[in-house]
Each structure stands twice: as C-alpha cells, then as structure tokens.
Design a protein around this ligand. Structure first.
Ligand code: PAF
Length: 279
C-alpha cells in the first residue's frame, strides 16, 4: 500500500488507472469495523482501491470537535494494508484548501432536516470535500455507511445533479454486539455514558417494531420512542424523526418507505443512528 500525502501526486496517480475499476472509501480516520466493511466491499468490487483519511475542517461547526477528533494514522494504515488497499491518501488541510479558496456547493431541501437543521454548514462542507476528493482520486465507485443516511442521500443527489459519473454505494450499519452503532466518536464515551448510549438503538428498535407491527402514526411512535431515551439521564436528545426515505421530509403517517433517525449527545459525544423500514 502506497501512502500519498500530496494532492498533486494523487492526481498524477489517478491519471494512470487507464480503464481499471477504481473503488474509493473516503473517511476521517480512526477506523473501526464499519469503515472496514466499506473497504472490504471496495476490495471485492474493484481492481484498485483508494482510501482517504482527512478530517475535513469545513464540515465542523465552530463549537464542534474538529480539534479533538480522534486520530491514529499508524493503526489505520496497518488495518488498511492488511485489507489489501492500494493507496492511502492523507492530504493536509493546507493542500486541500489552498490559500484564497472561495468555492462552495449547496444542496437544497435534503439538507433542511435532521442533522442539516442542527449543523447548518455541515453538509456544505461534506459535499465540497467529497467533490474535491472525487476530482483528485477519480473513482468509478465510492462507498459510504448507512449510519450517515442523510449524508448518503445528499451525496447521491450531488453526483446525479453534477453528472459526476461516480456510482455511490450505501453499506449497512455495523453495530457492536449490544447494538451500539460503530462510530469513531464512541471513544469519547465513559463506561456509564456507553450504557446510556444504547438507548438510541433501543428507541429506534422500538419505533421500527411498532411500524413493522402495522402502526402508522409516526408522531405518536416518535414521542414514545423519545420517552425511552429520556429514561437515560446522560442522554440529551437532539432529534428523533420519522422522515420519507427519499425526500427526508418528516411524515405524520407511515405510508411509504421511511427513515427513523435520531441524534443525541451522550457526554461530549454526538451520536447518530437510524433504521429504514416500510409499512
Ligand atoms: O462520513 C465521513 O466520514 C465524512 O463525512 C466524509 C464522507 C469522509 C467526508 O469528510
């Protein structure tokens, strides 16, 4: 596995692929089994696999965890090498965002609800960096986890709207044995917080089962699920919503495919999780 830290060098490499199937997994590092499931799929589907690690400053708000975001490049690179990744791209922020950088991209509507409402500039930062990474790495396929269901739907819109010619693949959420969705931010949790954090999965499972058993009153189900989370004193709910799977608009009745999504702070960790189901 070759480690590439210069944007120019990565662009030179991506000009040499000549017709090969190139898979790409963009990450912010501190890799866990969730990331590795994307990497494994990319290695299965493609002839060349590129993984990037870049903690992208433009997707963090002013009071968020940019400066403390966990990092362990040595461990990450040995995990990726063992998976058979060809290139690990680790650009520096000054190289990705050159002096005088002025471009922005905004995707409307899909960014209005869920995380987009509470993190107003977040998805502008995500689409900008993914766009730039696609231009540098030039993949045919790119892999993202369903834990960030809103992010995936926004990126899918972007590649379609901008004719980017990259196939985006959504991969299932990978969970710990007890149900907690894997996240690099789980490392922030104390033992007590870790126990409380299970309530996200518990509340989502409750809502999922209610819909599976035939209930369609999204509003009531949402309130009941939030009450489950409120029993856990260390949780501060940011949102718990039932939204249309395509438009991400909140629904009052479940009559088509929906995403049940939640975000909550547990200590300093902001955790997200979701389930997708149909009536
Ligand atoms: O999902 C992530 O880890 C990030 O949002 C991404 C897609 C790597 C962009 O920085």
């Amino acid at each position: 596995m070759k480690i590439v830290d210069s944007v120019n060098e990565m662009m030179k490499i991506s000009q040499t692929y000549t017709g090969k199937k190139v898979g790409f997994v963009p990450t912010m590092g501190f890799l866990h089994e969730g990331h590795l499931s994307l990497v494994k799929q990319a290695c299965k589907d493609n002839e060349i696999v590129v993984v990037s690690i870049f903690v992208n400053p433009t997707q963090f708000g002013p009071n968020e965890d940019l400066d403390s975001y966990p990092q362990d490049l040595q461990k990450d690179s040995s995990l990726l090498k063992a998976e058979g990744v060809d290139y690990l791209f680790v650009p520096k922020a000054v190289d990705m965002y050159l002096k005088g950088f002025e471009t922005s991209i905004h995707i409307s509507h899909l960014t209005d609800h869920l995380c987009g409402y509470y993190r107003p500039a977040h998805f502008d930062g995500v689409v900008l960096i993914v766009n730039k990474l696609f231009n540098v790495v030039k993949p045919k396929k790119a892999y993202f986890g369903r834990k960030d269901a809103q992010q995936f739907r926004i990126l899918r819109r972007m590649v379609k709207d901008l004719n980017m010619g990259v196939e985006v693949v959504e991969m299932p959420i990978v969970r710990e044995k007890d149900g907690l969705a894997m996240s690099s931010r789980n490392v922030y949790l104390s033992a007590e917080e870790r126990k409380n954090a299970l309530a996200l999965h518990e509340a989502l499972t409750y809502a999922l089962n209610q819909i599976k058993s035939g209930r369609i009153d999204a509003h009531k189900i949402r309130l009941e699920a939030m009450n489950i989370m409120r029993k856990h004193p260390l949780i501060r709910i940011q949102y718990f919503e039932v939204v249309d799977e395509k438009t991400l608009q909140p629904v009052s009745t479940v009559d088509s495919k929906v995403i049940i999504a939640t975000a909550a702070f547990v200590g300093k960790a902001r955790l997200i999780d979701n389930e997708i189901t149909e009536p």
